[in-house]
Design a protein around this ligand. Structure first.
Ligand SMILES: [Fe+2]
Length: 265
């Protein structure tokens, strides 16, 4: 998580409504149109089902209450409006209570293609359709509970598991390989890249995922592929902390990417 941000989240008014500017709504529309044109045949059916249920508006940023009605009716989740950056503890606590943190700001037009902070488009379009899926929702809740009880060092390992599943996970389906990770689905470049011949695709193994380093500022060189979303349900039932400790004892795999350049280098 970045330590600084230029972004400020919006606060809801007395009626719970968040007012966005024309520019902000136009940014949402641009992002929606771009992604809607390319996700068909690339994202998993569970995502498309969730997206249909959410019926997100094209021309304006959705209100969280509208998203919440659908999440509540499907998996009992809801969103939680948060500032652009929140402490890890708050993040885990919200997830453990089936509340998905959504920073209520949208990227500037200058950062249309990439920004480090997760904005409302990433959270709503990237993650909320999957949160209507019971297996995905269950795993996300389990992750929150584990993170809440974990030490600082354990959390760093747990974060890799989250990264390789919830954010950048792929899934094999009878129709072919598909995306379910919200970090991919909210990025046009990564949507093409993830399913291309360029990155490595490995069968998902939680111990491997826990041991795989990543960088947040590049297209991922490696994705883990699950056999179906029920894998996330099975994973939620496993002793994940025992796997974390195993991963800590074994250590990290060598990165398959170039190190981030130090400032001034
Ligand atoms: Fe995310």
């Amino acid at each position: 998580m970045a330590k600084q941000t230029k972004y400020q989240a919006h606060h809801p008014d007395a009626d719970g409504i968040i007012h966005y500017s024309e520019t902000e709504n136009a940014t949402w529309q641009t992002l929606m149109e771009r992604q809607m044109a390319i996700i068909e045949g690339r994202v998993c059916q569970e995502y498309l089902d969730g997206l249909e249920r959410l019926a997100l508006p094209m021309e304006r940023i959705p209100q969280l209450a509208d998203v919440d009605r659908v999440l509540q009716a499907t998996t009992g989740w809801c969103t939680a409006p948060v500032p652009a950056l929140i402490p890890f503890n708050t993040f885990f606590e919200l997830l453990a209570n089936r509340r998905f943190p959504v920073a209520t700001f949208i990227r500037t037009p200058e950062e249309l293609d990439y920004l480090q902070e997760p904005d409302i488009f990433h959270e709503i379009f990237g993650h909320c359709p999957m949160l209507t899926n019971p297996a995905f929702a269950e795993f996300t809740e389990t992750y929150g509970k584990l993170g809440l009880a974990a030490s600082k060092e354990e959390r760093v390992y747990l974060a890799r598991l989250y990264w390789m599943t919830v954010e950048f996970g792929l899934v094999d389906t009878p129709q072919g390989r598909r995306i379910y990770g919200g970090g991919i689905i909210s990025s046009p470049r990564e949507t093409f890249h993830a399913l291309s011949e360029v990155p490595a695709h490995h069968p998902f193994d939680p111990l491997d995922a826990l041991r795989t380093p990543y960088r947040i500022d590049i297209l991922q060189p490696l994705y883990y592929v699950i056999d179906g979303l029920e894998t996330l349900h099975e994973l939620a039932g496993r002793d994940i902390m025992a796997l974390v400790h195993e991963a800590m004892a074994l250590g990290l795999y060598a990165p398959t990417f170039e190190p981030r350049q130090a400032a001034g280098a």
